[in-house]
Write a protein that binds this ligand. Structure first.
Ligand SMILES: [Mg+2]
Ligand SMILES: [Zn+2]
Length: 219
């Protein structure tokens, strides 16, 4: 019998990386006022893209080097590569879904020699920083990358969708996932909506618990 395989959807900032790359970049290069803009995003008054455009206007540097300098200081979860190897061995697919930016995701993955498909917003460096959102969903005005819409589309080929995340942009897609691994804000959110959730701090915790899901999936 064909083995029923889970597929993993993984957030990038604060999930694969230990620090939120976007937040680190903004804190370093945005002048005064970014916190108010960010609050408006958290309360959904501003969409991701509106928030980004407003925030980038406050930037004191708009060159690619600035982003690289910050990306060089970012660490990834030590056990993420083990998790990727585990998925390769078992023929489980991983998709990175990020409402962050392609530029630093590619840069950080390359640095670590990790090759995975990812969906993210696009950064264009010209006289100022421009943002494009190729994965925006028509019926969703909030996300730059609508993780829910992407997951609905991508999970069609699999039986079981597992979502792994940590923050605000992960709230919505957890509703579409079959299983959720969460930490920080996302974990609290899952508890608040009484959604079954597995707690993790690092990808090692996910590796330690994955057999629970494998067992259920195959049952
Ligand atoms: Mg995150
Ligand atoms: Zn959305």
């Amino acid at each position: 019998m064909e083995k029923i395989k889970p597929v993993f959807f993984v957030d990038f900032d604060g999930t694969i990386t230990k620090q939120d790359v976007c937040e680190t970049i903004v804190k370093k290069f945005a002048g005064e006022g970014w916190e108010d803009i960010n609050k408006k995003w958290e309360s959904k008054e501003l969409s991701t893209i509106e928030c980004a455009r407003e925030t980038f206007k406050l930037f004191t540097r708009t060159d690619e080097e600035a982003f690289k300098e910050v990306a060089d200081t970012i660490q990834i979860d030590e056990s993420f590569q083990t998790f990727v190897s585990f998925c390769r061995e078992n023929d489980y697919n991983i998709y990175i879904l990020s409402d962050g930016y392609d530029y630093y995701i590619q840069y950080i993955l390359d640095r670590k020699g990790i090759s995975l498909p990812f969906y993210a917003n696009r950064l264009i460096f010209s006289s100022e920083i421009e943002v494009e959102a190729p994965y925006q969903a028509e019926d969703c005005q909030l996300c730059g990358v609508c993780k829910t819409a992407l997951m609905r589309k991508l999970k069609k080929n699999y039986e079981t969708a597992v979502y792994i995340g940590d923050g605000y942009s992960d709230f919505c897609p957890t509703k579409t996932a079959d299983y959720v691994f969460a930490k920080n804000k996302l974990y609290d959110y899952c508890l608040s909506i009484e959604r079954k959730v597995y707690l993790y701090e690092s990808f090692q915790d996910i590796l330690d618990q994955i057999h629970l899901i494998e067992k259920e999936v195959k049952a």
